[in-house]
Design a protein around this ligand. Structure first.
Ligand SMILES: NC(=O)c1ccc[n+]([C@@H]2O[C@H](COP(=O)([O-])OP(=O)(O)OC[C@H]3O[C@@H](n4cnc5c(N)ncnc54)[C@H](OP(=O)(O)O)[C@@H]3O)[C@@H](O)[C@H]2O)c1
Length: 360
């Protein structure tokens, strides 16, 4: 697959009523999905500024509470139950969204089966959730977007991929979108298959956004995302086992609320030109903070800026370690080149903050 050779060109939403889009967030109850639903609901308060006219979102097991932006009178998100394994239900919902909140619609697919993180063992159900379910939704979006007589598709599909498609063997220059993909774990393999499957359907308006470790620091511990919750719960455990955090696993970690803002841009950008060499090719971007870091540095930063109550417990317990010497075969340096965000015109306004900027 070649992401940069056949790049579509987008430009930011221009304030016009006819370019506003409805947003359907599949997996709106997850870590990234719920941040996106919040950001999109906020954006829908001022459609002429944001380009978002309405927001629909799906959940499967965890129905989120009603999302009402601060200062707004009405909840601006409509929630739907959806199991993405149900191809018919997925297709019906996309078709309905295109009719009711379209005609321009962007479907952002944030759902992913529980897979135990990038190091998880994988399995048929996980593969199917990552590859087949995304394909069902993308195909339904392609179909819904074919409007007779129209030059362009009215429906955009945005799939979320991962830096785990790369092997992370150092040293290497930051991975560009067309760098060779050589995943080391089943999750990465399934995401490669997902990317290739999506390329093969020749959807006329499809974006694959690869991101890295997602961070969400809640106001309350139960609102933390998975990576931060792992650190917090390890720190509040009473036993004295050392917590080894790798310093050589380098990631473009990004905050979920920044990613959500950026995804609103991706969802509402105007497709203005297509430069393809062989038909409709998906646009691949690296959607992440340009600055890289590691989990040890993240824990240190959280402790020095936020988690004063855990400091005494952390002292001496948090130990830096090397993944390369751990016996685990995990990707080390997954540093990505993120210039594709601006180059494609998909993300030109949002700044994705580093842990050092975010945690002050
Ligand atoms: N988290 C990271 O660090 C990270 C890094 C790189 C890429 N990504 C990618 O980013 C995307 C979002 O990840 P995330 O961490 O936000 O996921 P998450 O927190 O685990 O949320 C998963 C979402 O998928 C939904 N879901 C799971 N199975 C479903 C099914 N069969 N039908 C419908 N919905 C289903 C869940 O709904 P319920 O909860 O309601 O069941 C939930 O909304 C994924 O594509 C992931 O691979 C994540």
């Amino acid at each position: 697959m070649n992401g940069s050779r056949a790049r579509a060109v987008y430009r930011p939403y221009d304030g016009s009523a006819e370019s506003q889009r409805g947003l359907l967030v599949i997996g709106g109850s997850g870590e990234l999905g719920s941040a996106l639903v919040r950001a999109a609901a906020e954006a829908a308060e001022t459609p002429t500024v944001s380009g978002v006219r309405a927001v629909w979102a799906t959940y499967r097991t965890r129905r989120p509470s009603v999302c009402t932006p601060v200062g707004s009178k009405a909840p601006s998100v409509r929630w739907f139950y959806l199991d993405t394994a149900d191809r018919r239900a997925t297709s019906d919902l996309i078709q309905r969204a295109s009719t009711e909140i379209g005609p321009l619609l962007t479907v952002v697919f944030c759902a992913v089966p529980k897979h135990g993180g990038a190091a998880g063992p994988g399995g048929d159900d996980i593969r199917s959730g990552i590859v087949d379910h995304v394909l069902y939704a993308a195909e339904a979006t392609k179909l819904a977007g074919m409007v007779e007589g129209a030059e362009r598709s009215s429906c955009r599909f945005v799939a979320i991929s991962t830096d785990q498609v790369f092997d992370g063997v150092p040293p290497h220059p930051p991975y560009t979108t067309d760098a060779p993909r050589r995943p080391l774990n089943p999750y990465g393999h399934y995401k490669v298959e997902m990317e290739d499957t999506l390329q093969n359907i020749h959807h006329p308006d499809l974006v694959i956004a690869r991101t890295s470790l997602i961070l969400t620091l809640g106001m309350q511990p139960h609102e933390d995302g998975k990576a931060i919750a792992f650190l917090r719960s390890a720190l509040i455990e009473t036993h004295e086992k050392p917590l080894v955090l790798f310093t050589d696993e380098i990631r473009n970690m990004s905050w979920s609320n920044d990613l959500a803002e950026a995804l609103v841009e991706v969802a509402t950008a105007i497709r203005c030109e297509r430069v393809t060499m062989d038909g409709d090719t998906a646009t691949v971007i690296h959607l992440a903070c340009p600055e890289t870091t590691n989990r040890f540095a993240l824990a240190q930063r959280l402790l020095s800026t936020r988690w004063s109550e855990y400091r005494h417990r952390a002292a001496g317990r948090i130990t830096p370690g090397l993944s390369a010497e751990s016996g685990l075969r995990r990707p080390l340096d997954l540093t990505m080149d993120v210039t594709s965000m601006a180059e494609t015109g998909l993300v030109t306004r949002t700044r994705l903050r580093s842990i050092f900027e975010y945690l002050q």
